[in-house]
Design a protein around this ligand. Structure first.
Ligand SMILES: NC(=O)c1ccc[n+]([C@@H]2O[C@H](COP(=O)([O-])OP(=O)(O)OC[C@H]3O[C@@H](n4cnc5c(N)ncnc54)[C@H](O)[C@@H]3O)[C@@H](O)[C@H]2O)c1
Length: 252
């Protein structure tokens, strides 16, 4: 049985992980880290990683970039693999995560759904075929509680397209004012409202035709299930940086 620590256990995603692991045969939640302990939680919840006493096989983190330093310190010191689902890391933090992956195993993706990871593959394919002649715009929609914009997934999709283009494009977020004609860019637009779980559309707009690829998440459970799959996969690994392609194999 794998022992899982859930960082952000008091949040919406943390709650989904706890729910899904209740009946799991291979993994169980043994404790959590959160600045707000959830009511009625059946496992110990610590306000920081310093307090953790349990033996942990993998960390699943759906919390905030603010917890990163203490978390990586703990993971490296105790050689615990960590699944980072949190989004909104700064470029400095992304460097720290990369450096940490030489000392402990790190699994990081902005989106744990199978469908979005398929979308990434489809976007690469479309960008290869259409990219040089078509304008690329990404529109993402999320609930009104989301704190970062654009979404980590929108940036992941932009990177997927840019990766295969010969001439790399700049990202332009949410145009406003007299911005002039469109340049060599990928436009990224964030819509926020209500309880939208997460929607992403990548539009390739050419002369007289448009190709749109999109994904819509209908519940947060898809992300929780993906993160649990990743935790089971990474448990026991001692170092390296991994993402969903390592779990799913090359999709396209
Ligand atoms: N990768 C994915 O597939 C995916 C899917 C959904 C959400 N997310 C990301 O996961 C994160 C959490 O999402 P959510 O909807 O559960 O948010 P949420 O606000 O419901 O929960 C976040 C939890 O983290 C806790 N927290 C905040 N700062 C902390 C700190 N310094 N130390 C310890 N705990 C802290 C909060 O108290 C809260 O309980 C966000 O960054 C979101 O974008 C990623």
């Amino acid at each position: 049985m794998l022992n899982i620590l859930v960082c952000g256990i008091g949040g919406k995603m943390g709650g989904n992980i706890v729910d899904l692991l209740k009946d799991d045969k291979d993994a169980q939640v043994v404790c959590g880290v959160d600045i707000h302990a959830p009511e009625g939680c059946k496992v110990p919840v610590y306000s920081s990683f310093e307090g953790v006493k349990e033996k942990i096989d993998a960390i699943i983190d759906f919390s905030s970039p603010a917890v990163l330093d203490g978390e990586l310190e703990y993971a490296i010191k105790n050689r615990v693999p960590v699944v980072l689902a949190t989004t909104g890391y700064t470029p400095d933090q992304l460097e720290k995560i990369k450096a940490a992956s030489q000392k402990t195993a790190v699994f990081k993706t902005a989106n744990f759904s199978l469908g979005v990871n398929l979308l990434v593959g489809l976007v690469k394919k479309a960008a290869k075929v259409l990219g040089e002649d078509f304008d690329i715009e990404i529109i993402e929609r999320h609930h009104n509680q989301k704190v970062d914009a654009p979404s980590g997934t929108a940036l992941m999709l932009a990177e997927a397209a840019n990766d295969v283009l010969t001439e790399k494009r700049q990202y332009v977020e949410g145009r406003s004012g007299i911005v002039g004609k469109r340049g060599n860019e990928i436009g990224i637009h964030a819509v926020r409202g209500g309880t939208i779980v997460g929607e992403h559309e990548v539009m390739f707009a050419g002369e007289d035709e448009i190709v749109s690829l999109s994904h819509s998440a209908r519940s947060k459970r898809v992300f929780a299930a993906g993160a649990i799959k990743a935790a089971k996969w990474i448990a026991g690994k001692t170092q390296g940086m991994y993402d969903m392609n390592d779990v799913l194999g090359a999709i396209l």
